[in-house]
Design a protein around this ligand. Sequence first.
Ligand SMILES: [Zn+2]
Length: 269
Amino acid sequence: MPELPEVETVVNAIKKSLKSMTINRFIIMNNKLRWKIDSDISNSVKDQEINFIYRRGKHIIFRLDDGYLLIHLGMTGIIKFIDSLGSKDIGKHDHYEIQFKDNKILRYNDIRKFGSIHWTQDIDNHFLIKNLGPEPLSEEFNGVFLKNKCRKRNVAIKNLIMNQNIVVGVGNIYACESLHLSSIRPEKKCKYITLKQCNDLAQAIKYVLKKSIKSGGTTLKDFKTLDGTPGYFKQKLMIYDCKICKCGAKVKNIKLGGRSSFYCNICQK
Ligand SMILES: [Zn+2]
């Protein structure tokens, strides 16, 4: 599943690939995604210019002259660019494409159909955006913020940091790695986490995500870069899917919220 670092990489790649930002046509090939693609999008975006491209959580957002296009890659979404002079063959899992004035085509492919695309004029109140927590790399997300969220909460800290309404973009691998780095057990109840631990954890989350963005995300088999080459460089993971911790102890793996949670009995308290 593309995580925050992968989505950041895709956003940067789109910025590099697009020269003309004026949309000629929006074409729907197969509207069956997580939410059915609204057929009105074609009229809403026609002849509009993309002014800015950015990421919010795991959403890719195109700010247009009027309104916003909101793209989510789901589990297996791939964005690729096609030169209109080249092959125009539509693939089995192609869902929509954006044709630009300079004949470049952005095409969306999604085998498992968990992705989505919406057009909206009010991005801040869109149902996919309005309840999202702050960005993990923003100043707003810090130890004090985390401590306030932890207060009186009886849930496991790992489930809290993976809750998109608390903070966006901390996927399972990054949650495991951050908790290991800050020496906190994944199942530890939030109400017992100290301010110092919250500071350490917030810093660890930022560190792990930044490192991953630098290397383009972790390797994920369903994910391809814009030019179609599979995967990214795998970053070195310290605890996730590891057998032995750096201290020499055997790595434990428990289920939390249905997700594999790797940790070290010795290093994490
Ligand atoms: Zn250890």
